[in-house]
Structures are given as structure tokens and as C-alpha cells.
Design a protein. Sequence first.
Length: 360
Amino acid sequence: MNISIIGLGVIGGSLGLAIKQLVPHAVVTGFDEESKIDSALRRDAIDYGAISLAASVHDADIIVLCTPVRTIIKLLPSIAACCRNSAIVTDVGSTKVEIVRAAAKAFRTNGMYVGGHPMAGSEGKGIEHADPLLFQNATYVLCADPKKKKAIAPLTSILHSIGARILFLSAKDHDMIAATISHLPQLVAVAMVTMVGKKNKTHQAYLQLAAGGFRDITRIASSPYGMWSDILASNSGEIRRTVREFAALMLQFEKNLQKASTQSIIARRFTDAKVLRDAIPKNSKGFLHPLYELYISVDDKPGVLSVMTTALFKARINIKDIELLKIRDGRGGTFRISFETQSDADRAITALRNQHIKTL
């Protein structure tokens, strides 16, 4: 199978690395600037680098556009003119309506277009930050009629092979949901940092005290505007509606805070929010169903992580996700480890306890 990746940044590079490692029968061709092609070849993210767009897609079975949204739209007619009639063309753009609309015009004879969006990413930029595990257990949205699963089976097979979990959505539903769960949080984080930055000019204690919750909420404010400009422009309608809805909720909080009699309303919102938030899978990559988790307390000493993972390896138990939650220097730390099934989690408890490792 010939796969062409257009754009060799974090997503394109990660896709190439994942395919090269997990889909041995695939041949991956990359197209980008010459320096980026050289970097991708050095990292073994692609088999070949193409000198032109046409050369990169003319014999491809699957073509993946991993560029900013506006660039994707700009490239669609050229790819439609060069690709094979049987080619499956997709993208990784963070918004979908404009892309899918443009693709419908471009791919009337050659190729079949499927809008896509992996719910995974990196704060880094460039192929040096690419990670072959980026798509493991990540939700991967495809904007295609589920009835066409057979026609796009080569694409879904590749995505399953690299560990992604496919979710079918319409382009409109995708952009509406993304505006609320992705684009709004970005703007809120930027707004919060902007507000604190202004206040810090007159009292530097603001940034000195900006830890804990503030840092957690505003982490994504470090994302570069370059990666957001196309997203904000191509989904501005949905984002503006979401911003207005959020602003109305904040104004309602402001009104409720004026009266002691409305504290019960705020309390109910806190309670409802906790219930909803606790229902979200704790794993951060958009799991379609919760995994089975263990919390493990270990001592702070050399080799303890190796002992833990070796015990699971010897028991042939696959770790789906792992995270260090907290560490007490010189004393110990707590890991959260996730497994595919309850049976795996139960067997992990036994394997770890045999090594005198505590599960909480």
C-alpha cells in the first residue's frame, strides 16, 4: 500500500513514524520543504521524499494532508487533478465544514475524500517533536457516512493499526463540538493569562501566586497563534456562538454572587459540574470508552519504574496509558496505569503485589 503524507510537521511526522512501525506492508512518501523531507528521512518517518506534489500522490492509495486548514483547502484541486481514481484522500484539519465543502467541489471524478481529525497533538512544533505513539488510544474523527465503511476500509484499517479509535461525525457536528471543547478553552486560557498579565503590571504578586489551578487551566495558552489562526477563521461562526453562550453563563454567575439567596444555585452548579467532570474518562486522549485504572504507590529509588513495568511485561499485560500523578522527593510517588480490560487490571494487581508494589 502506498501512502502519501503532505506536510511533515508534528502530526504528519508522527503519522509517518506510526505507520512505518506498525504497518510493515505500507510504503510512505512524504512531501514538504526539502529540509523537512531530509529530517523525516533521518527519523525514518518516510521511505521516500517527493520533489513535487504531483510526484507524491500520483500512485498513492491513501493521501493524508497534514497542513494548516487554509493550505489543505488550497491544495485540494491540485491533488484531485493528480491522484488516482481509486485513491482515498483525507486530512487532519482541526475544522471540517469548509474543508469538506471545498473537497466536494474538487473531487468529482478522481479520488474519494474523507474529512478527518485526530484528537491528539503536541505543544511542540516540527518533526523533531513527532511521536509514533501519538495516536495510541486517541479518538480519530472521520466525516464520512458510516454506510461507506467498506469503501474506506483501507483508511480505517491503517488508523486502527496505529492505535486510533474511530468516531464518525458529520462535518457540522464536528465543528460545533470542537468549538465548545477545544476552541473555546483556548480562548478562555488566553483571556485569563491576558487579564492576569495586565494586573501583574501593577502588582507582581499575581504571577508569583499563579500556580495550581491557574496553571492547569491556562496550560494551552502557550500554544502558538500560527497553529490557531486558520482554526479560528474557518470556524468563526460556531466559536462566536459558543463564546456568547459562555459569556452569558459567566454573567449569570456574576448576578448570582450579588445575592446570598442565590448561593444554592451556585452550589448546585458546582455539584452538577463535578458529576459531569468525574464522568469524563481521566485519560487525556479522548477515549471512546473508559479504560481500567490502577493507582500505584512506589518508593523514590532507582529502578522502581523498571521493576513495575517488568512485572507487567512478564505477566504479558499490556499497558494502555501511564501517568505520574505526584511525587514526593525522597519519599515516593503515585502512578496511574490504565489497562484495556478489567481482567488485565486484576492480573496486574497480582503481578505487582508479587513484587511488593502497592496498589491503592
